[in-house]
Design a protein around this ligand. Structure first.
Ligand code: AVI
Length: 300
């Protein structure tokens, strides 16, 4: 079992996918509205300030491919400004896709929505109907930061294989900045990020019949200067053991279970990664503080 494999390594790890059950998705929505979590707000401000310019660069009759399903305000803003010939949301959850496609259909009755149920970190086939359209990948929110750099490059290579030569990618990337600002974003005063992190244990208790004592773990998030990423952990408050899938896992007091990395990129670092995947920069949009950048990349 994947979870047991991660708990058997040193340091122990847990895939960030365990954040996202219904409760975790609700907590993530709350994170995006926190004062400290500047990422979503800043990216939205870029859409608001530059949408006309973004739409002009993307051109007409494009096929917009969203990596992850489009419930967010961002895709709606983009769909209003760009009016693509087709919109292809790609998500692993069919239920999510169907719900969002229905909601979008209500608001954009003329939009051709062609959902693809797939793990977007792997290669997937596009619907035949979009074969002749210019393809534009859309990956907002700095979700690229949750891959390690080689994983991010591999993902961008897959996007390149999907959008092809002359295709494009619009991607939001969080930038390196003061450690205090970064660490605050993942250690909010209300404890929403802590609840989000701890919820992965609640999720595993339910899904895998485990018995994590959630009250005996605490949230830790700190910036790793060497790696250039925020790292999140769940730290054991005491010596304890947990039963999971017939196995017993021991935690020493203060031992950390690693749950997430969130990489931050200087523009030159990100563009080097993109170049390795066959993409060149067309243009970018940044906020006045240079905290977050939206890049428009074109496939070589
Ligand atoms: C989804 N992803 C871009 C978020 C991030 O900032 O890495 C997930 C997150 N983890 C804690 N807060 C938000």
């Amino acid at each position: 079992m994947e979870v047991l494999r991660g708990l058997g390594t040193q340091p122990k790890t847990l895939s960030p996918k365990y954040f996202y059950d219904a409760k975790g998705s609700e907590l993530f929505d709350r994170i995006t509205q926190l004062d400290e979590y500047y990422l979503t707000r800043t990216e939205m401000s870029l859409f608001d300030a530059h949408m006309k310019d973004i739409a002009r660069h993307l051109g007409e009759n494009v096929c917009l491919i969203e990596y992850g399903s489009g419930s967010s305000v961002k895709i709606r803003k983009l769909l209003e400004a760009v009016t693509p010939a087709a919109y292809v949301p790609v998500d692993i959850s069919d239920e999510h896709l169907q719900e969002n496609a229905k909601a979008l259909h209500a608001d954009f009755p003329n939009l051709s929505v062609l959902p693809v149920c797939a793990d977007f970190t792997q290669l997937f086939a596009l619907p035949d109907a979009v074969a002749d359209m210019t393809k534009v990948g859309f990956f907002p929110g700095s979700s690229i930061g949750n891959f390690d750099p080689p994983g991010a490059e591999q993902f961008l290579q897959n996007v390149h294989a999907t959008v092809g030569h002359g295709g494009a990618m619009l991607i939001g990337v969080d930038r390196k900045k003061s450690v205090a600002v970064l660490e605050q974003a993942y250690n909010d005063a209300q404890g929403v990020t802590a609840a989000f992190n701890l919820n992965s244990l609640v999720h595993i208790n339910k899904e895998l019949n485990a018995n994590f004592d959630v009250g005996q773990f605490s949230h830790v998030a700190r910036y790793n200067e060497d790696l250039g990423c925020i790292q999140m952990f769940l730290q054991s408050e005491v010596d304890q053991h947990v039963e999971i899938g017939g196995a017993t896992i021991r935690f020493a007091k203060a031992e950390c279970l690693h749950t997430e990395n969130s990489y931050k990129y200087h523009p030159e670092e990100f563009l080097e990664l993109a170049a390795g995947a066959g993409f060149a920069e067309v243009t970018h949009w940044s906020d006045p503080q240079d905290w977050f950048t939206l890049y428009l990349l074109q496939g070589n």
